[in-house]
Design a protein around this ligand. Sequence first.
Ligand code: IMP
Length: 421
Amino acid sequence: MVGLQWGDEGKGKVVDHYAASADFVVRCQGGANAGHTVWVDGRKMVGHLLPSGAFHPDPICVIGAGVVLDLESLCEEIDALNAVGLEVEKRLRVSRLAHLVLPYHKILDRGRDRLPSMGLPIGTTGRGIGPAYSDKMRRVGLRVGDLDRGESVVRSLLQARLEEMAPVMERQGMEYPDLEATLDLLLSLGNRLQPCFVDTGHLIREAIRTGRRVLFEGAQGTLLDIDHGTYPFVTSSTSSALGLGPGSGVPSRSIEHILGVVKAYATRVGEGPFPTEEKGAHGESLREKGKEFGATTGRPRRCGWLDLPALGYSVALNGIDALALTKIDVLGGQEGLKICVGYEDMSGNEIPFTPESHVLEEVIPIYEEMVGWPEQEVGSSELPEGALRYIERIESFVGVPVVFVGTGPDRNHSVLRHGGL
Ligand code: IMP
């Protein structure tokens, strides 16, 4: 299951729905930059690193090799779930191959957008994601499995990193973390989570071989994919479905169905092209009604109309079998409802979708006016006529059925179509 826009599609709620019947729920990429919100019995639960399966009592929750892991953030999440009676530690498995997000990664990340030498401002979540993946690709990162190699090994690995990075942070006027404090923190958190550290690739391959139900949960969204998204305004991992196999350690062909999650309108946090953005009253109304504020950073999200050319691209890239459409209720009662069906340039020439940011910045969206529908009761199990027409327009444009429609925030606020997935 993957997001088809710029993240924040409402994946948490959809995974939560399917996790109820899964034996394993697996995170494959990203880190604590993700923020999935699930409403359980009127209570708001927000996860960052734990798969959304954690909100059910049974599934085994797996953090795969492709994730970058902030141990502090993970322990805080586990403690928050414990506090509401959801015990997750015993059914949590963390890949020994996953790379660690260290305190200096977060410091570098937060400094990034202030420094012209670091490139264009991106508006990252400040969770250390880019710097951690960067160390991984440079082959100098620390991994979960390093934590039980003994204090002296961890110390020397960490010392090498800090010696390299301290001058960088110093030059940029940033305070950098102390070696001993970082070492103590890592070893104590590592010690606590030690029983969870396993070979998750083997675990999942065996699960698949023995016919267990495994749900792979994407984080962020396809248009934030490092290779196929709107670079450089992207995250640092493969956030499309192309990353699910490598991030979890299973052959991609063993993934049977790919469900894409799309919000009924579009949002984006941080910088980057957004052709259908509505900067005026329409955008404000979507933000207020849809409560479009970041689950991780609290930042207001940029809002606009659904972009079908972008969606068509994501459907094709991921090989999507079926769609889950979220937050259709937010469009109820919206004045001047529109849907983007193409792009053109200033001279009226049609432009196909491309993730190349400099091209996408310039395109002019071509809209179809849609017949709206009156506001429905939140969580309604009936879809109004106008909403059905809207859904059918999406299906006919991208050629994939919408099997799940979110009609409100709670776990049970949804309608299944075409027999579900
Ligand atoms: P980073 O992943 O923190 O490096 O941020 C890179 C870009 O991806 C920024 O524009 C973020 O706002 C965006 N981003 C990262 N994670 C999420 C997410 O879970 N939802 C929406 N946007 C995200």
